[in-house]
Design a protein around this ligand. Sequence first.
Ligand SMILES: *Cc1c(COP(=O)(O)O)cnc(C)c1O
Length: 328
Amino acid sequence: MKTLPRLRIGHLPTAVEPMSRLAATLGGPALYIKRDDQTGLAMGGNKTRKLELLIAEAQANGARMLITAGAIQSNHCRQTVAAAARFGFECTLVLYPSTPTDALPAADEPATGNLLLDKLFGAKIVWTQRATRDQTLNDTFQAAWEAGKRPYLIPYGGSNAVGAAAYVLAMQEFLAQNQPVDWIIFPSSSGGTQAGLALGSRLFGFSGKVLGISVDEPADVLQDRVAGLASATADLLGEKANFGPDDILVNADYLGTGYGVMGGIEQEAIHLFARNEGVLLDPVYTGRAAGGMIDLIRKGFFKVGEKVLFWHTGGSPALFANRYQDQF
Ligand SMILES: *Cc1c(COP(=O)(O)O)cnc(C)c1O
């Protein structure tokens, strides 16, 4: 496998721990957790790993500014601007409400959660709407380019082949930790995490299954996206591996009433993890994926004796966002 330029940012390897109390409470399979909420950059999360490769590429390109985009409570944006601060880049974030019907924050509304941290790390923020995000991101990049700022564009969620390659390395890291499991379960959205884990499974011979719980897309859309990204990542790494949608396991049964809308399953999962394991989930991603995993356990989806690993991808700063305050 080709070695890509990489900065060391993360606190790696992240721990793999048993979740014995939660497993006893649920009465199903043995449960484990991989703590990528503890990757160490600005309260951690899966974007730390992607940024190790993305920022190395930005540096190699002579960039001086990072531009990316996300929803108002984007963890990806929070971690990107923190990395920009650490490595001396300017950073512009294009932010938008997560649904077409949500308003932009009022000028006098205090910033909370990830948005508070974006400001603390010195982000310049360009506001837009979900429907116009591509155009605004392009315009912002063009303007910075023409102003001679040497911008580097990081895609939504850091999910291009470079970002996804970080999760190939993460799978290698996990396999070296010698904790055999039958299932790896995690939230999947822009697809880089799942593409990397799927490719890593194939390259390094993981014998279990990698199941993404979709956070915001129908299964077929996400399977196509992840398969394309996994194949492109194999190319980038000089490996021959081709993926079709059927190679990618996605469960999209837990979309609830949309991205970022906390429902009963997220609430219950957040409480169960907090009170049985002292682990914080988040309302958008890990709450949804853990809620899905809990539902699958209760339905008897896993066979007796199977071991299930929840790969925690971070996100807990969103617990402190205004919009969720009356929901815990
Ligand atoms: C970005 C993010 C995800 C989704 O990862 P993708 O690689 O975009 O699919 C999951 N959980 C958290 C907490 C995230 O911030």
